[in-house]
Ligand binder design. Structure first.
Ligand SMILES: [Zn+2]
Length: 330
């Protein structure tokens, strides 16, 4: 299974702490004998398929405007390179999955990025761009967003009539935190589903994932964009075991129904439930992530716990790829 990663993903890491995890995960994949592929860079033209052209031009010219600074503050060339590489990775993974069945990128779907401005660390919405790329290739696309936060940017971008006329796609957003839910207009929600699960049991969460997969099946979806956030565990109430079950359910569903899939990492943060985000400094060591040092207390999300969480997606999808590849016709 091809997994896209480049050191450019983390070229802005001084500014954006959470992208560092892609480097940690890339090392673990190599350690487990996996290979990594260098993605293409997203161009301004790629981004303009869904985003406002003035906004994209400002980003690529590194112009500081309220819109370009909305997600990440000061905009510079290292940030531009990181965004081009990480969104390019999503596009490369979609291109590969269209041919080979399943592929992934160690980047995020950046689901908060909206039509003409960034939000919540997201500037260009790779999840939506990837979905439309697969739609244009003739696929019926399901977008499963299981990042803990709402993907209001994706919803707004894909709800535009000119985009909806491009082909058939359906999104299903299962969130446990209402951040970025403002764009979900109930009158426009169907066929885009949005479920906010708060203070519910783990079984309810997994049942909702099953409902999403059943919904996609009822719509004859044959290509899945999986925004595999792990922040439902790291920020919220669900266990590591539930995250593992979720990833296996999704991967098994792809195999059972011969669905091609592009997966990306999405949210998931080093944190401590008592003092969120404070653990990063104490645990950070870019050169030596070591899963043999997993702490017993998983309420404390160290770098090792976070790597292990995201590796669940990689391992489940790799297994699915091996089962699916002989069945997928080019
Ligand atoms: Zn999130």
């Amino acid at each position: 299974m091809k997994v896209f990663y480049s050191s450019d993903y983390v070229s802005s890491s001084g500014k954006v702490e959470t992208v560092k995890k892609s480097r940690w995960i890339s090392k673990q994949i190599r350690r487990e004998g996996g290979m990594l592929d260098v993605p293409r860079l997203m161009t301004a033209e790629d981004a303009k398929v869904l985003h406002d052209s003035y906004y994209v031009d400002d980003l690529f010219a590194v112009r500081k405007t309220s819109a370009t600074q909305a997600a990440l503050g000061d905009w510079d060339t290292s940030l531009l390179k990181s965004i081009q590489a990480s969104n390019g990775g999503v596009l490369s993974a979609v291109e590969t999955a269209l041919k080979e069945g399943i592929a992934g990128s160690l980047s995020s779907g950046l689901h908060h990025a909206n039509y003409d401005r960034g939000r919540g660390y997201c500037t260009i919405n790779g999840l939506a761009l990837g979905a439309i790329q697969a739609v244009k290739a003739g696929k019926i696309v399901g977008i499963l967003d299981v990042d803990a936060h709402c993907g209001g940017g994706t919803f707004a971008l894909l709800s535009h009539p000119s985009v909806m006329s491009l082909g058939e796609f359906y999104s299903y957003d299962i969130s446990s935190n209402d951040y970025d839910s403002e764009d979900y207009d109930p009158s426009k929600v169907d066929p885009n589903r949005f479920v906010l699960i708060k203070d519910q049991k783990e079984d309810d969460y997994l049942q909702e994932v099953q409902k999403a997969l059943d919904f996609f099946k009822s719509k004859n979806v044959n290509f899945l964009m999986h925004n595999a956030g792990m922040d439902s565990m790291t920020d919220d109430q669900f266990s590591e075991e539930t995250m593992q079950k979720r990833e296996e359910m999704i991967a098994d569903w792809c195999v059972a129904h011969r669905i091609s899939c592009c997966w990306v990492l999405a949210g998931g943060y080093v944190s401590n439930k008592e003092s969120p985000r404070n653990v990063l400094e104490a645990t950070e060591d870019l050169n030596d992530p070591d899963l043999s040092k997993l702490p017993v207390d998983h309420s404390r999300v160290t770098r090792e716990v976070l790597i292990e969480l995201h590796m669940k997606t990689y391992r489940a999808m790799k297994k699915a790829f091996e089962q699916l590849k002989p069945l997928i016709k080019n």
